[in-house]
Design a protein around this ligand. Structure first.
Ligand code: EPZ
Length: 416
């Protein structure tokens, strides 16, 4: 099994371009089964989650090709309406096919997504919302069987702004009969990006990116071409990596507004941030300062996906930072691995107490999930001594050529 070897001692400086967003590519690729015409999705990151999604499209019977960042899909003859356990277990976010399969096929059979290192990953809100649109479900033997002769528009108020549930409702609603209103909708940039793609396909959607999304169902959708938005979480990962080494980095090809909440935290830590239309430059202070409090929240709040990377970065800052994880039940498992690298971090329930001033030392550690793996790489860059990171398939799931990008900035990092 491949692992990442990081040899520290290098300040990371330079310019690097962000890839397309993993969390936008997945629902947009699922949307391509809503039409029989060809769709082309560009700026897809070359990551295993996209590969898995292409495999699911092929398994369902679509023609699907992924080359040099473009996924081309033609879903004119879908033969299957199930996603096998083997494909689901590799990627729990395959749940994003549920709404589109019910809309296109009238039925869906998928294995219940298991938990992961962020805690249980329930889909109760997805199911209750789709039931309001006329779908019926049976859960049996770890599988979810869904049926919907004809989906109907509905008024759906989400108990909290679930990203995946918002996306599944949108994918089910665009060809449902009548109007769907989603209130308390997720506002992440990936929601607006999905709406962009669906609108290009002929859907009637307004309000995506805000609290209330209105969708009027149409009879059919058409082929479209769409470029995925940049990956805001990758951009933050690259910045945190440069900042912990005292460097200066410009990340290009991004939407600065998408990382505003994180930029504010970085400035509190003493980072000098400058932005242009499609880039952000971050220049580290001599010594990072602690940030009194970071609280994760749905967009436009501080993104939970950036919590592990900023916690790792602030483990060497001067002072104490409290990091409160309010989106996932347990997203601090990676702290055990950082602790083995000498990070002075203690977790009480859903808050990490980052004491700061840690003297990090290289160690053999294990990535427990995508962002945890990124946090370990960041800590390794500022340690004394080499770090070896196992189970890096987690990192490959969501980061395109992250080692190559970090090497461009001067890091001594290699896959082995
Ligand atoms: C999406 O997950 C992202 N994944 C996650 O990114 C991200 O952390 C999350 O949104 C929050 O921004 C993709 O887009 C593929 P949620 P999702 O539904 O849709 C609970 C990464 O690292 N919940 O907004 O699963 C859930 O357990 C990944 O790229 C229910 O209880 O997030 C969580 O505690 C990690 N019932 C909270 O809500 C439900 O039916 C937020 O989940 C659905 C969710």
């Amino acid at each position: 099994m491949e692992r990442i070897i990081v040899t520290p001692g290098h300040r990371l400086n330079g310019e690097v371009r962000a890839s397309g967003s993993k969390n936008s590519a997945l629902p947009i690729l699922a949307s391509t089964i809503l039409t029989e015409e060809e769709c082309r999705v560009t700026r897809c990151p070359d990551i295993s989650d996209v590969d898995n999604t292409v495999q699911i499209l092929r398994y369902l019977g679509c023609e699907a090709e992924f080359s040099s960042g473009t996924v081309t899909v033609k879903a004119d003859c879908i033969e299957k309406s199930d996603i096998p356990y083997s494909l689901m277990e590799q990627m729990r976010s395959s749940i994003i096919f549920l709404g589109a399969m019910l809309a296109r096929l009238g039925r869906a059979e998928i294995s219940m997504p298991g938990g992961c290192d962020l805690g249980p990953r329930p889909i109760d809100v997805h199911i209750s919302s789709l039931k309001k649109m006329g779908a019926e479900f049976v859960e049996y033997g770890g599988f979810l069987y869904g049926e919907a002769q004809q989906l109907r528009g509905a008024y759906i108020h989400l108990p909290f702004p679930s990203v995946g549930a918002t996306e599944n409702i949108m994918l089910a609603a665009v060809t449902a009969v009548g109007e769907t209103v989603i209130s308390n909708a997720a506002k992440e940039p990936e929601i607006a990006d999905l709406a962009q793609m669906l609108t290009k396909m002929g859907a009637r959607i307004e309000g995506a990116g805000g609290d209330v999304i209105k969708i009027v169902g149409v009879k059919r959708l058409y082929g479209a071409e769409h470029e995925i938005i940049p990956d805001r979480i990758e951009a933050v990962t690259l910045i945190a990596a440069a900042m912990i080494t005292g460097g200066k980095v410009t990340v290009t090809g991004i939407v600065p507004e998408h990382i505003k909440a994180v930029a504010d935290v970085l400035e509190t830590a003493g980072v000098r941030i400058s932005t242009g239309e499609s880039f952000v430059t971050a220049d580290a202070p001599k010594r990072l300062k602690a940030v009194p409090r970071i609280v994760t929240a749905p967009y436009p709040g501080f993104p939970t996906d950036c919590q592990p990377m900023l916690t790792a970065m602030l483990s060497v800052a001067d002072g104490v930072t409290l990091v409160s994880e309010q989106v996932f039940q347990s997203r601090f498992k990676y702290v055990n691995e950082l602790y083995r690298m000498g990070a002075d971090i203690y977790v009480e329930d859903r808050t990490a107490i980052v004491l700061g001033n840690s003297r990090l030392t290289g160690a053999r550690v294990t990535a427990t999930d995508l962002r945890a793996g990124a946090a370990l790489v960041i800590a390794a860059l500022a340690s004394t001594g080499k770090t070896e990171i196992d189970d890096i398939y987690h990192i490959a799931r969501g980061y395109e050529n992250i080692d190559g990008k970090l090497r461009t900035l001067g890091a001594d990092i290699k896959m082995k």
